[in-house]
Ligand binder design. Structure first.
Ligand code: SF4
Length: 267
């Protein structure tokens, strides 16, 4: 391996990994070791009716903009019963919790599930964690493409996502940890705030906010017009076509709900 590649890999694993290796070697198990961490974990695991409407989310800014507006308006999502998918979500949820508790216990993070927002841009979300003493945020990704990450570095969509958090938090640096879902090996990758990426985020948010203020909907994706690609997985596929204004689709959904309620009353 070349010297430059050694240096690149060493730089990648310099913030979290050395301390975490020491902590794992001497502790080994992830436990709730203090009342503050216990309280935070109970908050995260408590049943929640958290309403995700009314704001845009950093983790979704690069998704279909029409879909983001449907979510902003709180339109009902068509959820297919898929036990494997639900199991996948649960696996991801607890992977995050394990890392968050581990990094808190190891003194590597100072807080977890850190809420950030920019109200004037209608942006709000929650960072996986942060170290406010050293000034960086933490983002965890479980991956089945660990070898690709090792070779190519952080995935573009993840670099973009952490830039939305950097914009909202004012921090200059993110550490993305990729964990191999099958072996639990991990790789940390440093992302330094890049103003070009921040401009990209701002222009997406500008488009989304303009659509809100002018009652517009972005164009339907071509693949969805043909009922291919993302159409099959989209929870708004059944309400997506045939509307040009947000208010039209909101009214149509409200009317169909009224009809459904009326049918229920008759029974
Ligand atoms: S069906 Fe396609 S175009 Fe419509 S909201 Fe979903 S992803 Fe976007």
């Amino acid at each position: 391996m070349s010297l430059s590649k050694h240096i690149k890999i060493a730089k990648r694993n310099s913030t979290i990994t050395p301390r975490l290796m020491g902590w794992l070697s001497s502790h080994g198990e992830v436990k709730l070791e203090d009342p503050v961490t216990t309280e935070r974990v109970l908050q995260i695991l408590a049943p929640s009716d958290h309403d995700r409407s009314g704001v845009f989310h950093p983790s979704q800014l690069y998704e279909c903009e029409r879909k983001q507006l449907f979510e902003f308006d709180g339109l009902p999502k068509l959820r297919k019963y898929d036990p494997t998918l639900q199991n996948l979500f649960n696996d991801g949820h607890f992977r995050h919790l394990r890392w968050q508790v581990m990094l808190l216990n190891a003194g590597i993070l100072t807080d977890i599930e850190v809420a950030v927002s920019i109200p004037e841009l209608r942006l709000a979300g929650s960072m996986d964690g942060a170290n406010f003493v050293d000034g960086w945020m933490f983002e965890l990704k479980g991956t089945s493409q660990f070898n690709t990450v090792m070779q190519k570095g952080a995935m573009p969509a993840h670099i973009q996502q952490v830039h939305a958090y950097l914009l909202a938090s004012g921090l200059e640096k993110a550490i993305i940890v990729y964990e191999d879902k099958s072996s639990q090996q991990w790789q940390e990758i440093e992302v330094i705030r890049d103003e070009e990426k921040i401009e990209e985020i701002l222009s997406i948010l500008k488009r989304l906010n303009t659509a809100i203020d002018s009652d517009q909907l972005p164009e339907m994706l071509d693949e969805c017009k043909n009922q291919t690609g993302r159409f099959a997985r989209c929870p708004y596929a059944t309400v997506c076509s045939g509307f040009e204004r947000r208010s039209e689709v909101v009214e149509a959904v409200a009317a169909s709900r009224g009809i459904a309620d009326g049918l229920g009353d008759e029974g």
